[in-house]
Design a protein around this ligand. Structure first.
Ligand code: SAH
Length: 252
């Protein structure tokens, strides 16, 4: 079994001693039952991955003595996910899977139909750390505090395309899945995208409302895309679209 892998918020260099928080210390000593000297792998998002040795600190604590670098830091695709927070389990799932799929930045977006529930950014960060540890990535996705859709669109910078998962046709009264005015299939729409940085936007359980859709479709940096003829749950839409983006635009 490979050595356990932990994220630490500490500079990593040979000979350094990285402190562990209580949860990490408990995990290594009580759950994994590691003895002093046992190998642990660590990363901090900037210095690559290092092999380290479990080291007693003080009377009861443990830390990690950093030994050698096992992987240099590498750049990952500049991919962001803007997602309308869905009920708690859904948001957890989106953050976990987006982290596994290599998203660099996660931005919760408040839309008109977002079911008002507080977004617990701390909790989402913990989920992202666990997923990053598990998935062998070298960086952590950034998780920003929620912002309203209007604010995000107003402040949109430069040439970065916003791939918008749009499940409806152009006519808000038309039956879902109508053949006219549908957004282009995502695979086709992405063929033209060469930008170095990309963002994906997915809606809440109830979708975007007609006015939001009109606004989104009127903006030059927005690329409306379809994810096929079925209505996907918001979580599924985010995960499926990220997979397609990573395979055609990203690093798969
Ligand atoms: N509008 C629907 C469901 C919304 S699904 C309703 O009224 O219940 C939640 C979000 O997932 C949507 O806002 C959209 O961003 C995305 N989504 C789901 N299925 C999709 C599809 N087939 N194509 C594009 N986006 C989709």
């Amino acid at each position: 079994m490979p050595a356990p892998r932990l994220f630490v918020q500490h500079p990593l260099a040979a000979g350094g001693l990285a402190p562990l928080d209580d949860g990490q210390a408990r995990y290594l000593t009580s759950v994994m039952r590691l003895q002093p000297g046992a190998e642990v792998r660590v990363f901090n998002g900037v210095d690559g991955e290092w092999s380290a040795a479990l080291t007693p600190v003080g009377r009861k604590g443990v830390g990690l003595t950093i030994a050698t670098q096992t992987r240099p830091q590498t750049a990952t695709p500049d991919l962001a996910l803007y997602f309308a927070p869905v009920k708690r389990h859904g948001a957890d799932l989106i953050v976990e899977k987006a982290t596994e799929l290599g998203v660099r930045q996660l931005q919760p977006v408040i839309t008109r139909r977002t079911v008002a529930e507080t977004v617990r950014v701390d909790r989402l960060r913990r989920i992202a750390i666990e997923a990053a540890e598990q998935t062998e990535r070298l960086d952590l996705p950034e998780i920003a505090a929620p912002l309203p859709l209007g604010r995000i669109l107003d402040g949109w910078g430069g040439e970065r395309p916003l791939v918008y998962a749009d499940e409806a046709g152009d006519d808000p009264t038309a039956a879902w899945g109508g053949a006219t005015g549908r957004a282009r299939p995502i695979g086709e729409a992405l063929k033209d995208v060469k930008a170095p940085s990309l963002a994906l936007l997915t809606g809440p359980e109830g979708g975007f409302d007609a006015e939001e859709r009109r606004l989104l479709r009127s903006l030059p940096f927005v690329i409306p895309v379809s994810l096929g003829p079925r209505i996907l749950r918001a979580e599924t839409a985010a995960i499926a679209a990220l997979a397609v983006i990573q395979s055609s635009w990203g690093d798969w």
